[in-house]
Design a protein around this ligand. Structure first.
Ligand SMILES: C=C1C[C@]23C[C@@]1(O)CC[C@H]2[C@@]12CC[C@H](O)[C@@](C)(C(=O)O1)[C@H]2[C@@H]3C(=O)O
Ligand SMILES: O=C(O)CCC(=O)C(=O)O
Ligand SMILES: [Fe+2]
Length: 324
């Protein structure tokens, strides 16, 4: 378990936020239903976030990976640190990225490419899980393309299927924090993973049954997402927002650590090849519609993103100024 001395805990606290006036339902998509296409598009437009059931990812892959992750995070710090620091892949503890972000979290950041170098015991297990989750992500992207009447229907999914796809896999562990309970009285929250959007195309998240994930609603309030270990949560990434010229929203989200109960999450971030040009799809542009973004390669965006702080508006640098 990770511990910090009492005064240091301050750096992990954020002020309580106002609750949403109306708490919306998180869109629930049943992938076995033919009408899921329409719901998927609506969810990507309204929230950039939804929950998926009947996803086809075998439970045994999920459980094996979770139990291996728990074993890893329960091992001595010195053992875990043999896999760190993340440069860019490896074990990280409380420091997120290279620009001073901290959170009450430890994690493994891994290359999602098959045959990558993983800690012992993770090899086959990560490959099985990632392959299956990627298949689901590609199915979702193809349903979205169908509903948007985009040709070919693999216009998004081919970027994840490409051998050069720059996709990442992450396992996060938010440990209990005994020091925090003393602070709970003033209502402040313990930040596990600070607010941010994901830079890639699509992110696929699965967690154990511990709460903590929050999404930012349009009115600026934060909504807590009830955990569900049998479902997946999907969010639109910045690159998909750009490719759809802002129709789909890259949702701002964060994790508030529970303080008493461990949260374990695993997230697949589906990204394009480094050389891929990211720009609004011409076939989506209606009439005189302006492109809201300057074209960039994924390499350029990634470089810029990895030089930013978590809460920065990374897409801001690539927005076009449109004369009215
Ligand atoms: C502070 C940072 C961590 C991050 C790289 C960055 O500079 C800004 C984006 C962050 C993020 C968020 C989504 C994923 O968890 C992640 C792996 C990614 O691609 O972008 C992380 C980066 C990271 O942890 O290195
Ligand atoms: O751990 C989680 O539940 C979400 C973390 C997250 O948003 C990320 O790693 O980008
Ligand atoms: Fe994220």
């Amino acid at each position: 378990m990770v511990t910090v001395s009492k005064p240091l805990i301050e750096q992990f606290l954020v002020k309580p936020n106002t609750s949403p006036l109306v708490i919306p339902d998180i869109p629930l998509i049943d992938l076995s239903k033919p009408e899921s296409k329409q719901h998927l598009v609506k969810a990507c437009q309204d929230f950039g976030f939804f929950k998926v059931v009947n996803h086809g990812v075998p439970l045994k892959f999920i459980n094996k990976l979770e139990s291996e992750a728990v074993n890893f995070f329960n091992s001595p710090l010195a053992t875990k640190e043999k896999f760190g620091p993340p440069d860019p892949f490896g074990y990280g503890n409380k420091c997120i990225g290279r620009n001073g972000d901290v959170g009450w979290v430890e994690y493994l950041l891994l290359n999602a490419k098959p045959e990558s170098d993983y800690p012992e015991n993770f090899q086959g297990i990560v490959n099985d899980y990632v392959t299956s989750v990627k298949t689901m992500a590609c199915e979702i992207l193809e349903l979205l393309a169908d509903e948007l009447k985009l040709q070919p229907r693999n216009v998004f999914s081919k970027l994840l299927k490409d051998e050069q796809s720059d996709s990442v896999f992450r396992v996060n562990h938010y440990p209990p924090c005994p020091e925090f309970q003393e602070n709970e009285r003033n209502g402040s929250k313990l930040v596990g993973f600070g607010e941010h959007t994901d830079p890639q195309i699509i992110s696929v998240l699965r967690s154990n049954n511990t709460s903590g994930l929050e999404i930012s609603l349009r009115d600026g309030s934060w909504m807590s997402v009830p955990p569900d270990s049998e479902s997946f949560f999907i969010n639109v990434g910045d690159s998909l927002q750009v490719m759809t010229n802002g129709r789909f929203k890259s949702v701002k989200h964060r994790v508030v650590a529970n303080g008493t109960k461990s949260r374990v999450s695993m997230i697949y971030f589906g990204g394009p090849p480094l050389s891929e040009k990211i720009a609004p799809l011409p076939s989506l542009m209606q009439g005189e519609e302006d492109s809201l973004y300057k074209e960039f390669t994924w390499f350029e965006y990634k470089k810029s993103a990895f030089n930013s702080r978590l809460s920065d508006n990374r897409l801001g640098l690539f927005e076009k100024i449109i004369a009215s």
